[in-house]
Design a protein around this ligand. Sequence first.
Ligand code: AMP
Ligand code: ZN
Length: 511
Amino acid sequence: MIKIYDTKTRSKREFVPVEPGKVGMYVCGPTVYNYIHIGNARTFISFDTIRRYLTWRGFEVTFVQNVTDVDDKIITKAAEEDRTAAEVAKEYTDAFIADMHAAGVQDPDIRPKATEEIDTMINLVQKLIDKGHAYAVDGDVYFAVRSYSDYGALSNRNVDEMESGHRELRADGQGLEDRKRDPLDFALWKAAKPGEPSWESPWGQGRPGWHIECSAMSEKYLKLPFDIHGGGADLCFPHHENERAQSEAAFDTTFANYWMHGGMLQINSEKMSKSLGNFLLLRDILETTDPAVLRMLMLQTHYRSPLDFSDARLKESAAALERLENFVTNTLWLAKKPTGDGSDLASKVETLVDQLKESFTESMDDDFNTAGALGAIFNFVGEVNTLTADAQVSAADAKALTDAAQAVVELMDVLGISIEVKDATDATATVLDDAESAAEMMVLAMEFAGFSPGDGADPSTVKAAMAALLDARANARAAKNYAVADAIRDGLNEIGFRIEDTPQGARIVKA
Ligand code: AMP
Ligand code: ZN
């Protein structure tokens, strides 16, 4: 049973989809006036992981995410740069999609753009006017907040307290628009100012407000009620409160059954903001960081908790990922190279694999506890390593060991992290692919290492050269001749290979 923490009821509830076996999910997309920062990325990665998990659990997920490509911020940026708003929006929409791909976030099934759905929004605004929930004033249209009795229920606010807040604002004369009947009312449609992008409407030239976009698009592409509505915690009020009011007032039905809000990302425990100068763009981070490492960092914190981003945490995450990669590589290597005959390793490993899948699922079913799921994987790796460290691996154990490595690869893939499998044979195969030049280089490496190819092994084939090099190194080490051992290692590094020590002995892989 999957449980989801629902912001509206402030409780974890059993997930029961509207249609058995299917999930409709809407996650608010970006406003495209800049490159996305790693805070945005955190929210998108969280919901990408949730979507992947639900899919793995057998649900047919329809994931909708809008792009807000008309907005005050875009218009301001366009004016500053002497470009059209459409040019600015196009540039940053393309950049957003490219950044999401670079971060390993799957495309939504439907990605509607505000500017391509103007009619849908106009129809919804008209419907709200017709039903007495909205009114037009001089080309603007406002939603009458008090016409929807459940306003505030999502973000747990009291309408009367909100209003007194606004009255205070009014007293010192800030931010009050006299056209509104009530200070709480918000714009559904904005009359165009000269030079702004605008569309024809029953209320004159204008453009849609931000909130109406998600109400119009979710109803069009998912129908109401849909299952999961998501976004960062900062969107809960007013954006989601307003979306909900508009949709429920217009369609007389529940809008979304589960409201999910992700915690904010902070940098070195401080709020990320332009004024603090600690504003990090996703694309800048990905220039120097493997996306799998970034995701590992993100998923080690529960999606609802604040997440602290720092270089130290990136380093830890890189080490954690490497630990998993080494586990998979070494376990597959062990499976291919039995060292003994007969042990009870297989049944023990198989039990651990079953337990891993169970506890991974248990964690993820519990409001997508990725930190718990990763914990289960790391425990498993530790336990299997302990078992294999002292055991004689027999040919009969090979399947269980392969399953163990594959379980880690599969479950990490569910979380959106693909583990690079450096299979032992594949490593050799890659070397053998470049056989001719590699053979020559091996000989050079051996000479570089002061090891004459004539001694012992015949270096005319790469395999033999590799074996000879490894033997030479082992002999040098046994004789405590570290200069020669290191020279062999360095010589190999120089030509793009490295020696990896495994429980089964050393081998040469591509660096
Ligand atoms: P925006 O373009 O500002 O609407 O943001 C797009 C998404 O990123 C929304 O779901 C926001 O809630 C989310 N978001 C913005 N800042 C942060 C942050 N610092 N940490 C996590 N999510 C954020
Ligand atoms: Zn939205």
